[in-house]
Design a protein around this ligand. Structure first.
Ligand code: PLP
Length: 418
């Protein structure tokens, strides 16, 4: 049986959880905890699932660097042929370092600064996903100064509710992202008179962790209307970029695979022939990793039992940020009766709680646990809060494990300070 929240490359062998051919007990003994553990097979298979569903030559996928920008992970994704979706100068740097070319990169984000725009222009990126008219004017100005022509996709806010958590809904008129169609058409008209930019396409990204293809299909339908409206003002739209957002299963329940999203979205676009871009992050990375952690104390307080871990919200913030569920799996199988426990971190915040009243086998001090589905928006959101060095990360491939990010040291905590 597969482990909830994880790709099938994570299995139990002789009662012990393994990433591919490597025991998590051995990894903990060698690298200590907390430790992010990735499976190469998982990342590669999830990438291929996406690129098969949204297949070339019509489609291209750009991996969303914000969900996980580790150099080794980006390297794996690049080798399979995905591009990179970035949102900052830092992510541009990460993508360049990992070997992506300008043609591989699309750049979204509502607050692009002058120097970030200039760096992206110098690197000749494939497209700026423009989120406002002031940003469009800024890109035109900087491009003219650098004697470049920026390729632009206007990010259209379709005012479609993706029916996901409110903090990761991006495509309604209440959100800060993109331009409503009226404004987008105004931006289009401006582009016609600009020398530093050219219209490449339209961009839509309605949210993250979307499990129902319905909102995507409505967006595709809406995109067709937008293409027609841009056509009416004499602007050809060559690319439709639908962003990311394909949801994953955090709890083991079946979710709609990306192939179904692709079939329905591409079906909706059958009568037109624009190129189709997507920007998946979570779908590829989330089930490809777990966070390995140890019970520091088992604390009994009245009727409650707290399992206090050596990992906290600074390593994995999703439960406190989005009330997100992460499955918790003991590394060594524990038969016997289960009990309700609160699984918490060591940080001085009540929000530092991974699970409340979770049913788990009785676990003692020193035992190892895995928080599953931890490959996206976990390590990339980690912080040093409470002066905690960030965890190490390892990538398992078959029977070997490579450190792809060293554990931070106490010295690292003060390195940039005086
Ligand atoms: C513009 C854009 N593209 C792609 C993504 C990736 O989304 P996901 O990780 O849900 O696929 C995001 C994340 O919210 C985003 O803002």
């Amino acid at each position: 049986m597969s482990i909830p929240g994880l790709h099938k490359s994570f299995t139990r062998k002789n009662g012990v959880l393994h990433a591919e051919g490597v025991s998590l007990e051995k990894l903990a003994a060698k690298h200590d905890t907390p430790l992010f553990v990735y499976s190469r097979q998982a990342i590669e298979e999830r990438c291929r699932e996406v690129t098969t569903a949204f297949a070339a030559p019509r489609c291209r996928a750009f991996f969303s660097v914000k969900c996980n920008g580790n150099q080794s992970i980006l390297g794996l994704v690049r080798k399979i042929g995905l591009g990179a979706d970035i949102v900052s100068g830092g992510e541009l740097f990460r993508a360049k370092q990992a070997g992506f070319t300008g043609e591989d990169i699309v750049f979204a984000g509502v607050g692009k600064r002058d120097e970030e725009i200039a760096a992206a222009l110098r690197f000749r990126i494939k497209s700026f996903n423009v989120e406002s008219i002031p940003e469009l004017k800024k890109i035109d100005k900087i491009a003219r100064k650098l004697n470049r022509k920026a390729r632009i996709s206007i990010r259209v806010n379709p005012d479609i509710d993706a029916k996901t958590h409110k903090h990761i809904t991006t495509g309604t008129s209440a959100n800060k992202f993109g331009l409503l169609i009226k404004e987008a058409l105004k931006a289009g008209a401006l582009i016609k008179g600009m020398k530093g930019v050219e219209l490449n396409g339209l961009h839509f990204h309605i949210g993250s962790q979307i499990t129902d293809p319905g909102p995507f299909v409505r967006t595709a339908k809406y995109a067709r209307k937008c293409v027609a409206e841009f056509g009416r003002i004499g602007l050809e739209v060559r690319v439709l970029n639908f962003g990311g957002g394909f949801g994953v299963s955090y709890d083991g329940r079946q979710v709609t695979p990306v192939s179904i999203f692709a079939r329905q979205v591409l079906g909706e676009l059958a009568a037109i022939d624009q190129e189709v871009f997507i920007e998946p992050g979570r779908y590829i990375a989330a089930p490809s990793a777990l966070l390995l952690t140890r019970v520091v104390y088992r604390k009994e307080a009245g009727k409650r039992v707290f399992l206090i871990l050596d990992s906290g919200m600074n390593d994995l913030i999703r439960p406190v940020l989005y009330q997100a569920y992460h499955h918790i799996e003991p590394v060594r199988k524990r038969p016997g009766r289960k009990e309700k426990v609160d699984v918490v971190g060591p940080i001085c915040e009540t929000g530092d709680t991974f699970a409340r009243e979770r049913l788990l086998p009785r676990l003692e001090e020193g035992e190892l646990l895995a928080l599953t589905c931890a490959g996206a928006y976990c390590a990339s959101m980690a912080s040093n809060y409470n002066a905690r060095p960030r965890p190490a990360e390892v990538l398992v491939s078959g029977t070997s494990a490579k450190v792809i990010r060293k554990r931070e040291s106490y010295k690292d905590l003060v390195r940039l300070e005086s």
